[in-house]
Structure formats: C-alpha cells, structure tokens
Design a protein around this ligand. Structure first.
Ligand code: PXP
Length: 252
C-alpha cells in the first residue's frame, strides 16, 4: 500500500544568489518558479533574509505572478519580516532562526527557549490566514512546544541527518533518522502536520520521504546545483520521482 504522496516545495533562493553575484536580473527566480511548477513542484519556497543576500523584496510579487503554486515564505521572527509577511500573505510561513553570519539556516528554531518571543508571530500570522510552520530540531520537546504554540505545521530539520550520511557515519545517521521518525510520529499524534527539509539530495531524500507522517519536503540548494548540469526541470522531476518512489509510487 503506497503512502499518500508527499509534496515537494522547491526553494528557489539560490537562483537569486547567482543573479545577485552580478547585480543584474539574470537568472530570474520568478522564471525558476514557473519552471519548477511545470516540472511538478507542489509549492515554491523563498526565504527573504534580513540581509537580502538572495531573495529581495521585489521578488515576492514577481514569484507570485509567475507561478500559481502556494508560496511558503521562510522568515525570521522579526517585526520587519512580520510586516512584510502580513502584507504579502503567503499560503504558508515557516519561522526560522536567522543569524547574519551563518551561511544557511543552521539549526532549528529553539521554540522551547524562545516560546514567549515566537508566540505572537504564530498568532498574528494565523489570524491573517497564513499557515504557520516552525522549523525545529527533531525532538519531542520542540514538538510539544510547537503544539502549545498552536502551530499547525512543523518542519523537521534534516541537515544533521544529511551531514552524517555524507560523513559516512552510518550509525549516527541512522540514530538521527530515528530521531526524525520519532519527532514525526510525535507531531502527527499531536495533530501537527509534518514537513521536513534542509540539505536533502537525491541520495538522502528517500529515507526522509519514507517517514509516513512527512507530508512535505522543502528542497533548494541541491536541486539548483543539479540544475546547472541537467536543467531545472529535469532536476525537479528527478527529485519528485525519488520522493514518489520512497512512498511506494514506483511507476511515477
Ligand atoms: N527548509 C528550511 C526551513 C530552510 O531554511 C531551508 C534553506 O533555506 C530549506 C528547507 C532548504 O534547504 P536546502 O536549500 O539545503 O535544500
């Protein structure tokens, strides 16, 4: 019996990273959003960072105009981002930790420690009709606090699992996968929708997509890197296929 299909959210941030390296308009992340949609993506994810290192404010409207897929806005818990999100009203917002000096989002949002800070962001986004997701480390405490905060969705951080796989540490990778499974089951038991993402590749997505409770995967950097070699549509299609196979849709 196949599981339900899991959605693939394609993160297009790094199309903007390449564009910004030269300061012009090419390559255009909005065009990437349209291509990802044509290739079978179920959503478009963008992260407007405080330093605007990749996605910029003007991209928000352009991406929405280019693709009809639901947009998932990754955002830090700052008043500036909240104002932007409330004006933009994406289908979903994923609250992430953000430090200027980091290369990418390192670690989940520690909602247990930051409960009082995060709470009004969850409330105000929900009131605006935005589906709120909390990007958390895969452990039961974070999941329990996410429920207490009223978050309908958590996205489990898969970065550590991927790193351990690529370090060749099978034992530790399996332990991390067990933590992802446990957190996913715990969240689903509490009525929270489970998403997962960060660092996933063709080789590592299957184990995560095979976790029954995982309903959505958000993947960016690897897809964009592959796109350099095989084209964006082919890279999205292949990732889509890896996810489908992991969930029992072998002929997809
Ligand atoms: N999910 C979240 C919350 C993220 O912050 C990121 C990176 O922007 C991703 C998923 C995608 O990670 P990657 O680009 O490594 O696939």
């Amino acid at each position: 019996m196949p599981l339900e299909r899991a959605r693939l959210g394609v993160n297009i941030d790094h199309v903007a990273t390449i564009r910004n390296a030269r300061g012009g308009g090419h390559p255009d992340p909005a065009r990437a959003a349209a291509m990802a949609q044509a290739a079978g993506a179920d959503g478009i994810t963008i992260h407007l960072r405080e330093d605007r290192r990749h996605i910029r404010d003007a991209d928000l409207a352009a991406v929405r105009a280019a693709a009809t897929l639901p947009i998932n806005l990754e955002m830090a818990t700052t008043e500036e981002m909240l104002d932007i999100a409330l004006a933009y009203r994406p289908a979903a917002a994923c609250l992430v930790p953000e430090r200027r000096e980091e290369r990418t989002t390192e670690g989940g949002l520690d909602v247990a420690r930051l409960h009082n800070h995060v709470a009004p962001f969850v409330t105000r986004l929900k009131e605006a009709g935005v589906r709120v997701s909390l990007f958390i480390e895969p452990n039961r405490v974070q999941v329990a606090v996410a429920e207490a905060l009223g978050a309908p969705v958590v996205e489990l951080h898969t970065g550590r699992y991927v790193e351990l796989c690529f370090a060749g540490d099978r034992v530790a990778a399996d332990e991390e996968l067990a933590r992802l499974r446990d957190a996913a089951a715990e969240g689903a038991k509490r009525g929270i929708e489970i998403h997962a993402g960060h660092g996933l590749t063709y080789d590592t997505v299957g184990a995560v997509a095979g976790i029954p409770e995982v309903r959505e995967l958000n993947i960016g950097h690897f897809i964009m890197g592959e796109a350099l070699f095989v084209g964006l549509e082919a890279a999205v299609r292949r990732m889509r296929r890896e996810i489908d196979i992991a969930r029992g849709f072998s002929a997809a």
